[in-house]
Design a protein around this ligand. Structure first.
Ligand code: NAD
Length: 356
C-alpha cells in the first residue's frame, strides 16, 4: 500500500500527524504500508515555488492513494491566482483525473446534540453523497462575459454532460449503494434542464445492471428540502457537480462539526485522494485544538475504497466510536461545559482504541 502524504497548511500537519499514527500501528502488525511525503498548497509554494510542484506530481502519481490535510491561509491571499494554495488542490484533482467525490454524512449518536437539527431527526444518520467532480457548469464551454444587443453586460456559463461522464459517475453510485443499504437516489433538475433529462435517462438505463439497488429520482430543490426535513430517508445520493457541491455542504452540517467528516475523490481505477472536508483552520493552527477525526476517518475510507480493506476501515471507525463513547471531545464537538481534549491526546486515545 503506497501512500503519498501531503500535510499542507494550517492545521494540516497537526491532523495528518495523528493519522500517521494509525499507519504506524498497522505497520507494526505486519501490514506493508509505504509512505512518501510531499508538499501541496502554500507549503509547496514556500518550499518549491509552486502550489503543486513537479516533485509532488511525481510522488502522487506513483502512489496508490493520497492523504491530504488541508491547504490555504491568509498569508497566501495576495499571491497571483495561479500560485494560490487552492490551485494545488484543483491541479492534483485534474492531474489524477479524480471524477468521483464521495462524502459521507454520518452522525455518531454521541454527537446528536452537535447537529443544528433536532436529535430525533438526525440520530443514526448515515448517508453518502456522490458528486461528479470534473464536468457540469463549472467546466462547460462556452462561458464568459459579453455585451448583448441592448448594450447590457451579460455573464454566461454552459451546463454540459456527455453520456460517458454520466455513466461512469452513475456506476460509482450503483456500486456504492451495493456496498451499503442498496438504495440510490439520483438528483437532477429534469423538469427544467436538458442536461438533467439526459442525466435521468442515462441513470435509468443502467438500473437493470444493478437489480438489487432500489433507484429513485429527485429534483434538486426537493432534495435540498428533504435533507433537512427527513435526512434518514437517504442511503446514497448521486448527482452532478454543482448540485453535489451545494447538497454535500448542506449535508455536512446535519452531522454537527466539519471536524468529523472525511471525503474521497476517486479515479476510474479506484486510486483516490482522501481528505477531511474542512479547510486549514488558520484560526486554531498550531494550538493543538484541531479535531483529527475527519482525517482519521479519511484514512478509513482509503482502506475501504482504494485498498479493498473493509476490515481495516471498520476497525478505524470502531475506534472513533470508542473514543467518542469514552467522552473524548475536541473543542468543535464539545458541548458547553464539557472537558476538551487536544489534537495529540485524541490521536493517542484513538491509537489505544485501535490496538484493542
Ligand atoms: P475552515 O474549514 O478552515 O474553518 C472553518 C471553521 O471551522 C474555523 O472556525 C475552524 O477553526 C473550524 N475547523 C475547521 N476544521 C476544524 C477541525 N478539524 N477541528 C476543529 N475546528 C475546525 O474554513 P475557512 O476558515 O473558510 O478557510 C480557511 C482556509 O482553508 C482558507 O484558506 C480556505 O481557502 C482553506 N480551505 C481549504 C480547503 C481544503 O484544503 N480542501 C477546504 C476549505 C477551505
Amino acid at each position: 500500500m503506497k501512500i503519498a502524504v501531503l500535510a499542507g497548511d494550517g492545521i494540516g500537519p497537526e491532523i495528518v500527524a495523528e493519522a500517521i499514527k494509525i499507519f504506524d500501528v498497522l505497520r507494526a502488525e505486519g501490514e506493508t504500508i509505504e509512505i512518501e511525503r510531499a508538499h501541496l498548497g502554500g507549503a509547496a509554494h514556500d518550499a518549491e515555488g509552486h502550489p503543486y510542484p513537479p516533485s509532488t506530481q511525481r510522488i502522487a502519481g506513483a502512489a496508490d492513494a493520497v492523504l491530504l490535510g488541508a491547504v490555504g491561509g491568509p498569508q497566501y491571499d495576495s499571491l497571483p491566482r495561479a500560485m494560490r494554495p487552492e490551485q494545488g488542490i484543483l491541479g492534483i484533482r485534474k492531474d489524477l483525473q479524480l471524477f468521483a467525490n464521495l462524502r459521507p454524512a454520518l452522525l455518531y449518536p454521541e454527537l446528536a446534540g452537535a447537529s443544528s437539527l433536532k436529535p430525533e431527526i438526525v440520530a443514526g444518520l448515515d448517508l453518502m453523497i456522490i458528486r461528479e467532480l470534473t464536468g457540469d457548469i463549472y467546466f462547460g464551454q462556452p462561458r464568459g462575459r459579453r455585451t448583448n444587443a441592448q448594450g447590457d453586460d451579460e455573464g454566461f456559463d454552459t451546463m454540459l454532460y456527455a453520456r460517458p461522464e454520466i455513466e461512469r459517475i452513475a456506476r460509482v453510485g450503483f456500486a456504492t449503494a451495493m456496498k451499503r443499504g442498496r438504495k440510490l437516489c439520483s438528483v437532477d433538475k429534469a423538469n427544467v434542464l436538458d442536461t438533467s433529462i439526459l442525466w435521468r435517462e442515462v441513470v435509468t438505463g443502467l438500473a437493470h445492471e444493478y437489480p438489487e439497488v432500489q433507484l429513485s429520482h429527485m429534483y434538486v430543490d426537493n432534495a435540498a428540502m428533504q435533507l433537512v426535513r427527513a435526512p434518514k430517508q437517504f442511503d446514497v445520493i448521486v448527482t452532478g457537480n454543482i448540485f453535489g457541491d451545494i447538497l454535500s455542504d448542506e449535508a455536512s452540517m446535519l452531522a454537527g462539526s466539519i471536524g468529523m467528516l472525511p471525503s474521497a475523490s476517486l479515479d476510474a481505477r479506484g486510486k483516490g485522494l482522501y481528505e477531511p472536508i474542512h479547510g486549514s483552520a488558520p484560526d486554531i493552527a498550531g494550538t493543538n485544538k484541531a479535531n483529527p477525526l475527519a482525517t482519521v476517518l479519511s484514512v478509513g475510507m482509503m482502506f475501504r475504497y482504494t485498498f479493498g480493506r473493509a476490515d481495516l476501515a471498520a476497525r478505524i471507525e470502531a475506534a472513533v466510536r470508542r473514543v467518542l463513547a469514552a467522552g473524548l471531545r475536541t473543542g468543535d464537538i464539545a458541548a458547553p461545559g464539557e472537558a476538551v481534549t487536544g489534537t495529540r491526546e485524541m490521536g493517542d486515545a484513538l491509537v489505544a482504541a485501535l490496538r484493542k
